[in-house]
Design a protein around this ligand. Structure first.
Ligand code: IPE
Ligand code: IPE
Ligand code: MG
Ligand code: MG
Ligand code: MG
Length: 322
């Protein structure tokens, strides 16, 4: 991970040095606040690594990588409104620190900024970059809507859940790396396999995100632990737990789903998931997608040693605790 840290620092420095107007403060202060809160920056690192596979210069890939991260941050600010999340990256969310309207609008500016960054591309790939970026942006919105719709539903299958997380999370990881490869004139088949690598890493990543949502150490996680249970989100944990529960456990889970006391709801739901062994079931599924990602990477027509940083990043994501 030491090597990857250098990429992360590069991205972080570029984001922090972004010059913003002072006024209106209520528009730009939230942006400054959010963009300097940190975050793992894995999506722009994907773009950087995808580009470097084909010898693309930092000067050329950096604006594209930053555009991907800006887009991601836009989705987070809006996601936190939708999920009523109090905390993000260890600090109050934008809508909590300011208010909903301010969070909406500063999120919107992040999206516009992402397009402005893409627009600075000097090569001849803008059309292809925009096609992929736009397709991905629409898919993320579709995934986010499904995620919200699923909160009210009791008939969500594991397949439907996988489709939803592919849209809300995985497509952006796939596109992040493919956009790097586009800059490098990669052949179509390699682009597709790099996308498949990112997409499967993305599925594993969201499954891990769901696990951490309930099992992370609150002192380091940076988000509210148990938020998914409180909101009755359909996560792989909740779906597999329900699938493997006895009828008595199902009755208890259903009673908890309508409990108003958030703290008790989280503690008792976790206890039932523990009885069922739901976390281990999710981890198995997560590893399967991690392995699928590595298979896709093997098919990319480049020497294996050139792919090492991507494998390192994939491994790091498996053991993350934030
Ligand atoms: C959070 O993404 C949203 C998901 C898709 C799970 P990250 O876990 O990458 O968030 P940051 O950018 O590191 O804060
Ligand atoms: C969010 O999924 C995915 C997007 C932001 C598009 P989550 O709602 O699970 O992400 P976190 O847990 O709030 O980071
Ligand atoms: Mg969400
Ligand atoms: Mg959320
Ligand atoms: Mg989550």
């Amino acid at each position: 991970m030491k090597d990857l840290q250098a990429y992360l620092n590069k991205i972080d420095t570029a984001l922090r040095s972004w010059e913003l107007p002072g006024a209106p403060n209520n528009l730009y202060d939230p942006l400054r606040y959010f963009m300097t809160l940190g975050g793992k920056r894995i999506r722009p690192v994907f773009t950087a690594l995808g580009a470097e596979l084909y010898g693309v210069s930092e000067e050329e890939y950096l604006p594209v990588a930053l555009a991907v991260e800006m887009f991601h941050n836009f989705t987070l600010v809006h996601d936190d409104i939708m999920d009523k999340a109090p905390l993000r990256r260890g600090k109050p969310t934008v809508h909590e620190k300011w208010n909903h309207d301010i969070a909406l609008l500063s999120g919107d500016v992040m999206l516009v900024k992402a397009y402005q960054l893409l627009g600075t591309h000097k090569g001849n790939h803008l059309g292809e970059l925009l096609d992929l970026f736009n397709k991905t942006a629409v898919e993320v919105c579709e995934g986010q809507q499904l995620d919200m719709d699923f909160e009210q539903r009791k008939d969500v299958t594991v397949d439907a859940y996988m489709g939803m997380i592919r849209l809300k999370t995985s497509v952006l990881l796939g596109s992040a790396i493919e956009m790097g490869a586009i800059l490098g004139h990669a052949q179509k088949e390699d682009r597709q396999n790099l996308y498949a690598f990112g997409e499967n890493i993305g599925l594993a990543f969201q499954i891990q995100d769901d696990i951490l949502d309930l099992y992370a150490d609150a002192a380091i996680f940076g988000k509210q632990v148990g938020g998914d249970v409180i909101a009755n989100k359909k996560t792989l944990l909740s779906l597999l737990a329900y699938q493997h529960a006895t009828s008595e456990q199902r009755v208890r889970l259903e009673a908890l789903s309508v409990l108003d006391h958030a703290e008790l709801k989280v503690i008792q739901t976790r206890e039932i998931y523990n009885e069922i062994g739901a976390k281990a079931l999710c981890e198995k599924e997560m590893l399967e997608h991690h392995n699928k990602a590595l298979v896709a990477l093997t098919s990319v027509h480049l020497p294996e040693e050139q792919k090492q940083k991507l494998k390192d990043l994939a491994d790091f994501l498996l053991i993350r605790n934030v």
